[in-house]
Design a binder for this molecule. Structure first.
Ligand SMILES: Cc1cc2nc3c(=O)[nH]c(=O)nc-3n(C[C@H](O)[C@H](O)[C@H](O)COP(=O)(O)O)c2cc1C
Length: 135
């Protein structure tokens, strides 16, 4: 399986409704395609982990790259994995992640994982183990 984490810059015109629509649609599609993952949003940036069968992840990522609701997508981590980090989550969307809003903005601006981003990433990945969002 392929697992990819990216950050991007959200279209500033997006509102809460838009985000809910996006997540609902993603969940429907991801269930169909055997994809799982997590998405966080700080009002300016997205960070998403998407995992599943290689071909399905690549297909979905090309749709996501072309999506006008965000821009400047930068992959932070891409690897082949034996096990999912978000098994059971068609797309976890966590409002509990707001404490990291500034960290996410810095990460998206830098476009790479620096040592100070490790806590952010660790907490992001830890969302998959708890009940931090809605299934
Ligand atoms: C930040 C972001 C994350 C997205 N995540 C997903 C996703 O996990 N799965 C998905 O199918 N589409 C996702 N999309 C939407 C895709 O870009 C695309 O609009 C969608 O796959 C098209 O689905 P449809 O053919 O059902 O209209 C995301 C879009 C954005 C902007």
């Amino acid at each position: 399986m392929l697992s990819v984490i990216y950050v991007s810059v959200a279209d500033p015109a997006l509102d809460r409704e838009d985000i809910h629509r996006l997540v609902d649609r993603a969940r429907v599609n991801n269930r169909r395609d055997g994809l799982t993952g997590a998405l966080i949003y700080n009002g300016q940036n997205f960070m998403q982990l998407l995992e599943g069968p290689v071909g399905k992840v690549e297909l979905c990522l090309s749709a996501i790259r072309a999506d006008r609701r965000h821009s400047g997508l930068i992959e932070l981590r891409r690897r082949l994995v034996a096990e999912r980090e978000f098994a059971g989550w068609s797309m976890l969307y966590s409002p509990l992640f707001r404490s990291h809003d500034e960290d996410l903005a810095r990460l998206a601006a830098n476009g790479r994982l620096d040592p100070e981003d490790e806590q952010l990433l660790a907490n992001f990945l830890a969302l998959g183990n708890g009940d931090g969002g809605k299934r």
